[in-house]
Ligand binder design. Structure first.
Ligand code: NDP
Length: 327
């Protein structure tokens, strides 16, 4: 092995709630974790305004602020947090290899993947503008729906996620308009039926988004068009929810890890964070298309660090499970 290859015990990829929680636990267990933040330090939550459903913040907290606090907590116990993007991995041997920015090679006994998933957006300029402003565009009804209670919102999508989120919103909002681009749902029959039978959900079939309308600060409506008749209409709304799927950030692992057809990492042993490769663990949304919450990501981050610690202890008698770790 060349001298300039760094060797670490625990390398964490990703800086959302999963990655930072794994780092807190791994650092407190003397694993000297190194965490690479990726291109979006703080992960998806940095695109959220207020987080009101994470236990311990009775007054709520902004997403970016919460992520800075998680980072500080991980650093307090000695996590080495670095900027950088993992561009390649090689999990074929006993020691797991990763490359940072296609240059630096690092070897690690354990890897914790916390690379998350990215919500898909339509890509319209107006959608991205109000998303960045935090002015009424969201890809998570459970996170942000509460801010639109008793208001009118629009949701795009026709899969199970869109149906679940539309139904969730219908319980909070005065009216939910659902835009379905074809003349039928993709969602399972039962989910679609539930939406169709909800009084305050109006479904517009063959309908796509032309533009998200706003006053420069916040969303005020959505202009849509019927893709059969080309007819346009404006729908007043204060919230625009996009529920057209997520893409797990797992492309670099596909040659080594078992992924499902959408690209989510499959847990080799349900109820643990283990993947099909020994010493490689997964936490957060990279393996979760169901819950996708900060709190569940944090929980699985904890699991991954504990699994990694036990793996190290079993592999190397000189590495003792830190009995002082408070779990
Ligand atoms: P899906 O890929 O299943 O559905 C995406 C939906 O978004 C489709 O209806 C698609 O339309 C629509 N869409 C995509 N791009 C656009 C666009 N540019 N403009 C308008 N509409 C668009 O994603 P989901 O997130 O809904 O589900 C992912 C997986 O998770 C699925 O397997 C699902 O079953 C599962 N899931 C299960 C749940 C449960 O069982 N409780 C809850 C949530 C998800 P089109 O149909 O025309 O392609």
């Amino acid at each position: 092995m060349s001298d300039n290859i760094e060797k670490v015990k625990c390398l964490i990829i990703g800086s959302g709630p999963a990655g930072y929680t794994a780092a807190i636990y791994a650092a407190r267990a003397n694993m000297n974790p190194v965490l690479y933040q990726g291109n979006q330090p703080g992960g998806q939550l940095t695109t959220t305004n207020d987080v009101e459903n994470f236990p311990g913040y009775p007054e709520g907290i902004t997403g970016p602020e919460m992520m800075l606090q998680l980072q500080a907590q991980a650093e307090r116990f000695g996590t080495d947090i670095r900027n950088g993007w993992i561009t390649k991995v090689d999990f074929s041997g006993d020691v797991h290899k990763v490359w940072v920015n296609d240059e630096t090679e690092i070897h690690s006994d354990t890897i914790i993947i916390s690379t998350g998933a990215s919500a898909k957006y339509l890509g319209l300029e107006s959608e991205q503008k109000y998303l960045k402003l935090g002015g009424g565009v969201s890809a998570c009804a459970v996170c942000d729906g509460f801010f639109y209670r008793n208001q009118e919102v629009v949701i795009v999508g026709a899969g199970d996620s869109a149906c679940e989120e539309a139904h969730y919103l219908s319980k909070l909002c005065k009216k939910v308009t659902m835009l379905v681009r074809r003349d039928e749902f993709r969602a399972s029959k039962i989910m679609a039926e539930r939406v169709k039978n909800t009084e305050n959900i109006e479904i517009l079939y063959n309908t796509e988004t032309d533009e998200v309308l706003g006053d420069g600060q916040v969303v005020t409506g959505v202009r849509v068009f019927n893709n059969q008749t080309k007819e346009k209409q404006e729908i007043p709304a204060t919230g625009f929810f996009v529920a057209i799927g997520h893409k797990p950030n797992t492309d670099i692992f596909k040659d080594y890890l078992d992924l499902d057809e959408t690209g989510y990492i499959i847990n080799a042993k349900p109820g643990t964070s283990k993947t099909n490769i020994e010493g490689v663990f997964v936490s957060g949304d990279a393996a979760d298309h169901v819950y996708r919450q900060a709190i569940t990501a944090a929980g699985t981050g904890c699991m991954a660090a504990l699994d990694a610690e036990r793996y190290l202890a079993a592999k190397d008698a000189s590495f003792e499970v830190n009995t002082a770790t408070n779990y």
